[in-house]
Design a protein around this ligand. Sequence first.
Ligand SMILES: Cc1cc2nc3c(=O)[nH]c(=O)nc-3n(C[C@H](O)[C@H](O)[C@H](O)COP(=O)(O)O)c2cc1C
Length: 222
Amino acid sequence: MTTTDNVDNESQEIEDKKLSVKNVAANDISSTSDELIGWINSRRSMGNLDEPAPTRAQIESAIECAATAPDHKKLRPWRFIVTQGEARHELGRALLEAAQAKALQDGEELSEKTITKTKNMPLRAPLIITAVTQMQEHKKVPPFEQMLSAGAAVQNLILALKAQGFSTVWRTGLLCNEPAIKAYFGVGADDYVTAFVYTGTSPKDESKRKPIDIEPLVRFES
Ligand SMILES: Cc1cc2nc3c(=O)[nH]c(=O)nc-3n(C[C@H](O)[C@H](O)[C@H](O)COP(=O)(O)O)c2cc1C
């Protein structure tokens, strides 16, 4: 075998290796994407959640994911408030204050049952991450885009919590943008509480989602 043959063989081997590495990588990517899609589809909202709650480091990593949401002109028009432990009772009192003010306005009176239910709402999970908008003045980015960015941030947050083994439910409820709640979170008049993300560990497995027929939801044009 000549030196040239050797070189040719070696370069062929290198090319073969490159090809097989490329194929393995491609296969890996396709099985990973199937798994990832299945994993995204498997997310279910869970209403009653227990300890353990995510740690501070886990919350911070979920918020880092939230902050990668599509965000026109990088305005970061969202903020997150983490409520746990005793602070959940304070939030419960604020919700009750909001409910009472609303009832007064509507000429109604809250029943004892509603009072108890309302103040205990934040106790349905060990930890709540409230997402609020912080709209920025920008001539190219109207408030609706900033609101949508906040929604995308919440979905990223939820998936990042799931990735770390936690269940969630995105709630708002009729009280979330009442003046007492906005004041509690320091949210401005033109801003919104967009989500109470209740999180923790579900005592039950997340139930399987029925297949969704996307046919009526989409139109392909070409
Ligand atoms: C903006 C927003 C607000 C919501 N508010 C509530 C709520 O207050 N209470 C509730 O039970 N579900 C609420 N949901 C719906 C749940 O988060 C959840 O999506 C729904 O129960 C369907 O369950 P799934 O996520 O397992 O498909 C809200 C969803 C969104 C996007």
